[in-house]
Design a protein around this ligand. Structure first.
Ligand SMILES: *[C@@H]1O[C@H](CO)[C@@H](O)[C@H](O)[C@H]1NC(C)=O
Ligand SMILES: *[C@@H]1O[C@H](CO)[C@@H](O)[C@H](O)[C@H]1NC(C)=O
Ligand SMILES: *[C@@H]1O[C@H](CO)[C@@H](O)[C@H](O)[C@H]1NC(C)=O
Ligand SMILES: *[C@@H]1O[C@H](CO)[C@@H](O)[C@H](O)[C@H]1NC(C)=O
Ligand SMILES: *[C@@H]1O[C@H](CO)[C@@H](O)[C@H](O)[C@H]1NC(C)=O
Length: 541
């Protein structure tokens, strides 16, 4: 009897210690074994490289898949680093943040006995293609629900991610190529972490939303994910694909001491020899005032013969060609999205008490093209001035720019930077696509968000600003301290929406009690309005 018990005990012990299969923190992928971290109710696997470090000869090149074989167990408990950047949300003296070697995926898996594998949500973070990082977008709400495996992607930013001379030598879009390689990595490896490779939804906010859209504009995206969600940012926004990349690339060269370069091969050679920090710090010279324009280096249209080209046509033309992934797509905005970057104009100068918005009265014609991203898209100064004049008249009439007229200025920013593109891209997808397109507008102001942070003011009402919805899915501690009970409900509904969307075979979408209307075949188009009290479908004209 004793012997029997003893044997049973021994066998159990043997099972517990045999192989790594018994250690839930160790995962094996083709590169070898890695060990994550137990965080109580979830497991994290952080800073896993998916590409060779984009340094030295690999700077300004398409990413190379990570090919290193680990001899020892890879330590996947290192917190993710920021890609090197000139960060808008830091004080003037400390804007240079991060590391050039930064291309990693970061995986968060709930401990939930009721599932052996989880649907997957992939985050493309925001930050104007210039700054931000996976570390800012918390997974607390998602892990609390325990229903989704979360993957966050790091990608190159600013000049290191997007400098382009518009030709084969320095084609640009490195950051988007990084994302694509990471999506391939996830598809291939996520099952090893307990993710369901056929149930992946890609979601992004702002520049991340535009990125999700641009990824979807590749036909083979349908092999990498089942759906994409673009929250407050899509490929048709004017700050996304900007002309004039060549001029900016050579200007960058002049700033860092590559002024001799007379062709782009020479420019690239020279830029590769400079310190990464110098290249990124050069962003400062492109800002007209404060952090304006908020996106200097972003996606460009590459020549058709560029090696590993990512985007060779205007996104509108890609959609019209019908050559994009036929998977469900969601495109959204918030009612006062334009608080980014309008709220910054309300910031008071610490010594003089002056605000940028006061100065706007004298500087409107200089600054408006940078604030609203038509600096590079108008043929002549006359055309540019004409548009500036019309916009001012349309939104402010004869009033001056001041705190009292801020709301109308913010409305202008919302329309031009985030909202006008939604019905346009939406209609193009309906007309030339075959898969469902959905839209929601979020209308529920947070108590404190981007507007308050950028302006450093609490005496102005901002409404529902950029991120007020998204930060209920991925908590951003620096922007949102506490959330209200109504926001808790919305947070849960969003996360349930993602889970259902990832699992549903027919691509239907639900939020709380509301079914999204599939607009593919309908005449008028319906958006779901999400408010404090619930949701309802509305007709948009
Ligand atoms: C893994 O990295 C973490 C964070 O840097 C460190 O604290 C820990 O000691 C490392 N573990 C091993 C086994 O090297
Ligand atoms: C585990 O997942 C199921 C759905 O798959 C969910 O209903 C449940 O709330 C989760 N439990 C925990 C503890 O996270
Ligand atoms: C371009 O620059 C290289 C080296 O900086 C120089 O040798 C060459 O003569 C220049 N070519 C032209 C056409 O200016
Ligand atoms: C505030 O005003 C002073 C005096 O005009 C100026 O020197 C300083 O650069 C301003 N600060 C900012 C952040 O614009
Ligand atoms: C924000 O405003 C407060 C006063 O209202 C001031 O003391 C503080 O320095 C300001 N912070 C920044 C970053 O400007």
């Amino acid at each position: 009897m004793y012997l029997f018990k003893w044997l049973k005990c021994l066998i159990l012990l043997l099972i517990a210690f045999s192989g790594t299969g018994a250690d839930p923190l160790v995962v094996e992928i083709p590169n070898g074994k890695l060990r994550g971290r137990d965080n109580g109710h979830y497991i994290s696997y952080e800073s896993i490289p998916y590409a060779e470090p984009p340094v030295g000869e690999l700077r300004f090149e398409a990413p190379k898949p990570y090919s290193h074989q680990w001899v020892e167990i890879f330590n996947a408990t290192q917190p993710p680093v920021f890609c090197l950047q000139w960060n808008q949300f830091r004080e003037e003296g400390s804007r240079l943040v991060g590391n050039e070697d930064c291309l990693t995926v970061n995986i968060y898996k709930p401990k939930n006995q009721s599932r052996t594998s989880f649907p997957v949500v992939v985050l493309l973070h925001g930050g104007a293609f210039m700054f931000g990082g996976t570390a800012l977008y918390g997974h607390d709400y998602l892990m609390r629900e325990g229903t989704l495996l979360v993957v966050k992607i790091s990608y190159r930013l600013g000049p290191l991610g997007f400098a382009s001379s518009g030709d084969r030598d320095l084609p640009g879009n490195y950051g988007l190529k990084d994302q694509r390689l990471a999506l391939r990595w996830i598809k291939k490896n996520i099952a090893n972490f307990g993710g369901m490779p056929d149930n992946i939804v890609v979601i992004g906010h702002s520049a991340g939303g535009a990125s999700a859209h641009l990824q979807l504009l590749h036909e083979d995206f349908s092999q990498l994910a089942r759906a994409a969600i673009s929250v407050s940012g899509n490929a048709l926004d004017p700050w996304v694909v900007q002309p004039g990349g060549r001029g900016r690339a050579f200007e960058l060269g002049r700033i860092v001491g590559c002024g001799q370069a007379n062709d782009s091969a020479e420019l690239k050679r020279c830029l590769k020899s400079k310190a990464a920090s110098e290249i990124v710090t050069a962003v400062r010279s492109f800002l007209v005032f404060s952090y304006v324009p908020f996106s200097v280096f972003g996606p460009v249209i590459e020549p058709a013969d560029a090696p590993d080209a990512f985007l060779t046509q205007d996104p509108r033309d890609v959609i019209k060609s019908g050559r994009f992934a036929q998977v469900p797509w969601v495109v959204t905005y918030t009612t006062e999205d334009g608080g980014y970057n309008a709220a910054q104009l309300l910031e008071k100068n610490k010594t003089t008490g002056e605000t940028w918005i006061d100065k706007l009265n004298d500087r409107w014609f200089d600054w408006a093209p940078y604030l609203l991203f038509y600096r590079n898209s108008k043929e002549t100064i006359r055309d540019m001035d004409e548009l500036s004049k019309i916009l001012r008249q349309q939104y402010l009439g004869d009033r001056r720019f001041c705190v009292e007229s801020y709301w109308d200025l913010q409305r202008m920013f919302t329309d031009i930077l985030f909202k006008n593109s939604v019905p346009i891209s939406f209609d193009l997808h309906r007309k030339y696509g075959k898969s469902p397109v959905y839209s929601f507008v979020y209308d529920n102001p947070s108590d404190s968000g981007v507007g308050q942070v950028l302006s450093n003011r609490t005496d102005v009402y901002f409404g529902t600003v950029h991120g007020d919805d998204f930060f209920l899915i991925f908590n951003v501690g620096t922007l949102r301290k506490d959330i209200r009970p109504d926001e808790e409900v919305i947070s849960r509904n969003f996360i349930k929406m993602l889970e259902d969307f990832a699992l549903d075979d027919r691509g239907t979408l639900k939020f709380g009690e509301c079914d999204f209307q599939n607009n593919l075949d309908s005449k008028q188009y319906q958006v779901l309005r999400i408010t404090q009290s619930g949701c309802k479908n509305e007709q948009l004209y």
